[in-house]
Design a protein around this ligand. Structure first.
Ligand code: 6R9
Length: 647
C-alpha cells in the first residue's frame, strides 16, 4: 500500500494559504463542537436581505428527517453571485469562455454578466416563468448556460440542468419528473469538432412527455434546426424585447434553488434537491478554503454544468466569491492531448480542477503532450469524481504540476452539494490516493454492516453523523425515497453509499461504492484497490474490476484492462499482471480473470458503468439494462464477444 508516501505541506504553502494545520485543527474543533456558533459566523460570508437568527435545525431521525439551515433568513443567490460584486469588481472578468475551437474565446465582466442575466431573467418572466416553477436547462458549455441558471435563481425559479450528452429519452424523463413547463436549449452544441443536435433532441424529448410548453433556444452554431413557432423562442430575439433591469426576488434560505438528477444503484434517477442559503454558504466557503482561492486567481474546473461539480464549482461557489471562472466547451483531447495545458497557458490558469478519468487518459497519451507546454501559472491542482489511483496522482503531481502544486483530492457527491473530505493545501500533508480529512463541520464515521461504529484504524461504510449546510434536502417529489435511500440503512446517520478506510493518521481512503466491494473468501476488497494496482503497471492505461460468482471463493475478481497505446496483450502479460497485483496487494487480490478491453463502458461524465461489467463477468448477457446513456454503447458488444470464461 502507498500509505507510506507522504507529501508534506511546503513552507511556501503554509505561508500563502488561509489556514495552516494548527488553524485547521482549531476551526474543525469549533465547527463540530458548536455548529451554531461556527456556521452562524461563516453564514455571514454571503449577503442576506433579512439576516437569519436561527442557524441549524436538522434531524436524521428516520421518522422525521428534516434539514434546515439559516431557516428564517432571506437572500437572493443570483444577487450574491453577481450584483454584490458590481461596486468593487464590475470590470473584473467573471467568466472566461474557451470554445471548442482553440481560436474561440471571450471574456465576460461582472457588469456584463449582470446585464445578461437580468435580460435572461426578464425573458423568462415575459414568457410566464414564475417563482417556484421548474425550468429545464439542456445546454452546451456556453456562457448562456450559466446565465440561464443565474436567471432562474434571480426570479426564484428552480432549475434542473440536464447534461447535454443525455439522450432525448433521459431528457424526457427529467422534464416529466419535475413537471417543467419551460426548457432552455441551444440549436446545437459543439464538442471535439463535432456538433450535438440539442434542439432536435429536445423536440424528440417533448414528443415523449407532457410539459415543455415553451422552448427558449440559444443560437450557438447557426445551423438550421426544426422550428415550431407556436412553442419555440430564440433567445437573441426575446432579449431585444426586454430591459436589463430585473430586481432579484427575495427568497427564503430554504426555498429550492435547483434539482439535479442522479442515478442510484436502483430505480429511476433521483431528483436531488438543494436549497438556497446553506448551499451558497457551503459552496462559497469550500471553494475558498479547499482551492485556497485568492482574489485574482484564475480558476478552471473542467466539469460540465450538467453535473453537480459544474453547479457548485463552476457557477455558484466561484461566482459567490467574485472569482474569474473558466467555462470550457471542448474535450481534453481535441485538437490533441495538449489541449488542457494549452488552455492553462493561454488564460494563465492558477487553479485547475479535473477528474481522474481525464488524468488517466492524458497519462496514457504520453508525457510529451504535457511537457511541450509551459504550465508555470499553475499553483494548485484538484481532482473529483472517483478514487484517484496513486499512479495517476503521482503523474498529475510530478508531470503536470512539476511538484509545485499540491493536489486536492476532493470527495463529495451530488447529494452533499459541496466538498466534504479533502486536504486543505496549506494545512494537510497529502497522501496520493487519499481524500485525507473532513472539511469544517463534516463528521464522517465508518460503520460495519450491522451499523456498529468502527473507531480508529479500519474499514467500513462511510456515513456522516451530522448535517452540514450544503446537504440535499429531499428527493424532489419523493421524500420517502430520500429517507429510505440515505437515512434508513444506518440509523441516525446519512449513508453515503461509499466504502472507506481510515488509516492510523485518521486519513480517509474511499474504496469505491459499497456495491462495488468484492468479497473474496470472506475478505472485503475495494475494486478500486485492484484497479489502482493494475493501472500502476506501466503497460496498463485503465482498468475496471468487478466481482463474479466463484465456486470456491464466493466471489472472484474479474478485471477489464485497457493497455497503453502500442501494447499487445498475450498470455505472458496476463501472467505478469496477475503476479503484479499479487505483489501490490497480496495473494488474496490475485485476479481470476483478465479480459483485455479496447474501451470501457462509461457514462458521458466518465464514470465506468460497473453494472454492465458485472453482468458480463457473471456471464449474464440477457439483462445488460439501459446502455443508452453510455458515451460509446458499441464498447459493450466488444466486451461481450470477448468475455473470458476463466475460473
Ligand atoms: C462530486 C461527484 C459521487 C460519487 C461518490 C464516490 C465518487 C467522488 C471522489 C469519489 C473517491 C473522490 N467520488 N469524488 N471517490 N474520491 N475524490 O462526483 O458527485 O457524481 O454524485 O458522484 O463519486 O463514489 O459517492 P457524484
Amino acid at each position: 500500500m502507498s500509505d507510506e508516501k507522504l507529501y508534506p505541506v511546503t513552507e511556501a504553502w503554509k505561508k500563502r494559504a488561509f489556514v495552516d494545520r494548527a488553524q485547521y485543527d482549531e476551526m474543525y474543533k469549533a465547527s463540530v463542537e458548536d455548529p451554531d456558533g461556527f456556521w452562524g459566523e461563516h453564514g455571514k460570508r454571503i449577503d442576506w436581505i433579512k439576516p437569519f437568527t436561527r442557524v441549524k435545525n436538522t434531524s436524521y431521525d428516520p421518522h422525521n428527517v428534516s434539514i434546515k439551515w439559516f431557516e428564517d433568513g432571506t437572500l437572493n443567490v443570483c444577487a450574491n453571485c453577481v450584483d454584490r460584486h458590481l461596486e468593487t469588481r464590475g470590470d473584473k472578468v467573471a467568466i472566461i469562455w474557451e470554445g471548442d475551437d482553440p481560436d474561440d474565446h471571450k471574456h465576460i465582466t461582472y457588469r456584463e454578466l449582470h446585464a445578461q442575466v437580468c435580460r435572461f431573467a426578464n425573458v423568462l418572466k415575459a414568457n410566464g416563468v414564475k417563482k417556484g416553477d421548474r425550468v429545464t436547462i439542456y445546454m452546451p458549455m456556453v456562457p448562456e448556460a450559466a446565465y440561464a441558471m443565474l436567471a432562474c435563481a434571480r426570479i426564484g425559479a428552480v432549475h434542473s440542468v440536464v447534461f447535454g450528452g443525455f439522450s432525448p429519452d433521459s431528457l424526457a424523463g427529467r422534464i416529466q419528473d419535475c413537471d417543467s413547463k419551460f426548457v432552455v436549449t441551444a440549436d446545437e452544441g459543439v464538442r471535439g469538432g463535432r456538433t450535438i443536435p440539442l434542439k432536435a433532441n429536445t423536440d424528440e424529448a417533448l414528443k415523449k412527455c407532457a410539459g415543455g410548453e415553451k422552448v427558449l433556444v440559444v443560437r450557438r452554431t447557426g445551423n438550421d434546426v426544426p422550428w415550431d413557432p407556436s412553442r419555440d423562442l430564440w433567445l437573441h430575439e426575446e432579449t431585444e424585447k426586454v430591459s436589463d433591469d430585473c430586481p432579484p426576488e427575495e427568497m427564503n434560505a430554504e426555498d429550492p434553488l435547483f434539482i439535479l438528477y442522479t442515478s442510484g444503484s436502483t430505480g429511476k434517477p433521483k431528483g436531488v434537491m438543494h436549497t438556497s442559503g446553506g448551499y451558497l454558504v457551503y459552496t462559497s466557503m469550500t471553494h475558498q478554503y479547499v482551492f485556497d482561492y485568492h482574489e485574482d486567481d484564475i480558476y478552471w474546473c473542467t466539469a460540465d454544468v450538467g453535473w453537480v461539480t459544474g453547479h457548485s464549482y463552476i457557477v455558484y461557489g466561484p461566482l459567490a466569491n467574485g472569482a474569474t471562472t473558466l467555462i470550457f466547451e471542448g474535450v481534453p483531447n481535441y485538437p490533441d492531448a495538449s489541449r488542457f495545458w494549452q488552455v492553462v497557458d493561454k488564460h494563465k490558469v492558477n487553479i485547475f480542477y479535473t477528474a481522474p478519468t481525464a488524468i488517466r487518459a492524458l497519462m496514457g497519451a504520453g508525457d510529451d503532450y504535457v511537457k511541450k507546454t509551459d504550465r508555470s501559472s499553475l499553483t494548485l491542482l484538484g481532482t473529483v469524481g472517483e478514487p484517484i489511483n496513486p499512479e495517476a496522482w503521482e503523474w498529475y503531481y510530478h508531470v503536470v504540476g512539476e511538484e509545485r502544486s499540491p493536489i486536492v483530492d476532493t470527495w463529495w457527491q451530488t447529494e452533499t452539494g459541496g466538498i466534504l473530505i479533502s486536504p486543505l493545501p496549506g494545512a494537510i500533508d497529502q497522501k496520493p490516493g487519499s481524500a485525507t480529512l473532513p472539511f469544517f463541520g463534516v463528521q464522517p464515521a465508518l460503520v460495519d454492516n450491522e451499523g456498529n461504529e468502527i473507531k480508529g484504524e479500519g474499514q467500513g461504510n462511510l456515513v456522516m453523523l451530522d448535517s452540514w449546510p450544503g446537504q440535499m434536502r429531499t428527493v424532489y417529489g419523493d421524500h420517502d425515497r430520500f429517507v429510505q435511500t440515505y437515512f434508513s440503512t444506518y440509523l441516525g446517520t446519512y449513508f453515503t453509499g461509499d466504502g472507506c478506510r481510515r488509516d492510523a493518521d485518521g486519513y480517509y481512503w474511499i474504496t469505491g461504492r459499497v456495491d462495488d466491494v468484492i468479497n473474496v473468501s470472506g475478505h472485503r476488497m475495494g475494486t478500486a484497490e485492484v484497479e489502482s494496482a493494475l493501472v500502476a503497471h506501466p503497460k496498463v492505461s485503465e482498468a475496471a474490476v468487478v466481482g463474479f460468482p466463484h465456486d470456491l471463493k464466493g466471489q472472484g475478481i474479474y478485471c477489464y484492462v485497457t493497455l497503453m497505446a502500442g501494447e499487445e496483450p498475450d498470455e505472458a502479460l496476463t501472467q505478469e499482471l496477475r503476479q503484479w497485483v499479487r505483489k501490490e496487494i497480496g495473494p488474496i487480490a490475485s485476479p481470476d480473470v483478465i479480459q483485455y478491453a479496447p474501451g470501457l463502458p462509461k457514462t458521458r461524465s466518465g464514470k465506468i458503468m460497473r453494472r454492465i461489467l458485472r453482468k458480463i463477468a457473471e456471464d449474464d448477457f440477457s439483462n445488460l439494462g439501459d446502455t443508452s446513456t453510455l458515451a460509446d454503447p458499441s464498447v459493450v458488444d466488444n466486451l461481450v464477444s470477448n468475455r473470458q470464461g476463466g475460473r
